[in-house]
Design a protein around this ligand. Structure first.
Ligand code: SF4
Length: 347
């Protein structure tokens, strides 16, 4: 069950670098002080729905590079959460940070103050891509941070990006392979967006950078997600959360409020296309999926059905759902035949 998160956003705090794609330095409004954190948590707890009582509650320090702040500053924020932890009103803390700011002393402090989850901004495992993105760390830093965090018993999440300068689909898939070997507990993948105020804005305006299209992003993500599913590594999120602030600063790039759903629909299209292609009797095909996969099978505004009809010159395709089909599975019934495929075994 995913935890309920109280996000405390600390824009650009601790950052020594100005990563090419990041606009936190220029758009950061007021950074919450450590003293304001307790009040914020208290107010947020009142807004949590009461029936969610069983779910883990986490305070999350997002934005900036938490562990790149001085140890004293980190502790001043972490201390504010301690009364909530000791009264069991909050279960644990999570934070996001850079891979090169996680030394042993910092890890010991995070453990001491109840941090459970650390999300590491690796972005890519290609040094060439990291240099072009002005990250200021290399792939070895990310690998070593993930292994050390796991040794200390933290839950480890990894952030990767697609479409950074110098990136290709093969590089992204190679980065994922490196990550899969390191076995993080979950992965988030964000497409690179051109945001007002980021250094990438200048590069894009001068013609030195072209963002991925939505179709390209879906293509890369489709391959990436299947890879992670086969390795049983959960994908916590694809794409940035739609927010007014983000949309206000968005200049270009593959932003879509339901990107994950687009990717899932594309996977189901490919599975259906594969089954039909391999079925010579597919004149009146019937597809059956798990009820929770039905909308992905149909695609947004029935796009998958229309594409399949066009592709195979079919007058009708029948779609049903059944709980007897496993999540991620797809059954094709044609005259006298039934074949099925599972997205985990689909490549
Ligand atoms: S991407 Fe992260 S590390 Fe880089 S400047 Fe932005 S907040 Fe700081």
């Amino acid at each position: 069950m995913t935890p309920l998160i109280i996000p405390v956003f600390l824009p650009h705090l601790g950052c020594r670098e100005h990563c090419l794609f990041c606009n936190q330095r220029t758009t950061a409004k007021k950074v919450p002080s450590p003293q304001s954190v307790g009040k914020f948590i208290e107010a947020s707890l009142h807004h949590f729905p009461s029936h969610q009582g069983e779910r883990e509650k986490q305070v999350a320090f997002y934005g900036g590079s938490f562990t790149a702040m001085s140890l004293e500053d980190q502790v001043s924020y972490l201390k504010e959460v301690q009364p909530f932890l000791s009264s069991d009103r909050i279960d644990s803390i999570r934070l996001s940070t850079r891979p090169d700011a996680l030394n042993e002393e910092t890890l010991a402090t995070l453990k001491e103050y109840g941090v459970k989850t650390v999300e590491v901004g690796a972005q890519s495992m290609l040094d060439e891509v990291l240099i072009l993105s002005k990250r200021g760390h290399d792939a070895k830093d990310s690998a070593s941070a993930i292994l050390r965090l796991k040794n200390w018993g933290f839950e480890v999440g990894v952030h990767l990006m697609i479409g950074l300068p110098g990136d290709t689909c093969d590089y992204f898939l190679w980065s994922l392979d490196q990550m899969i070997d390191l076995k993080p507990h979950f992965v988030r993948i964000h497409p690179t967006l051109v945001l007002q105020g980021a250094s990438l804005e200048e590069l894009w305006k001068s013609g030195g950078y072209s963002p991925l299209t939505i179709d390209e992003a879906v293509e890369w993500l489709k391959k990436g997600i299947l890879k992670l599913e086969r390795a049983s590594i959960p994908v916590a999120r694809i794409g940035l959360q739609p927010a007014k602030e983000l949309e206000k600063h968005l200049l270009a790039g593959p932003f879509h409020p339901a990107l994950h759903q687009l990717v899932d629909s594309a996977i189901f299209y490919d599975m259906a296309e594969y089954l039909l292609r391999n079925d010579p009797d597919g004149s009146k095909p019937v597809f059956i999926s798990h009820p929770k996969d039905l909308s992905n099978l149909k695609g947004q505004r029935n796009e998958n059905i229309l594409r399949l009809k066009n592709r195979f010159k079919l007058s009708d395709i029948f779609i049903f759902s059944s709980r007897e089909v496993v999540r991620g599975g797809l059954v094709l019934q044609t005259r006298g035949r039934e074949v099925w495929i599972d997205r985990k075994s689909f490549d």
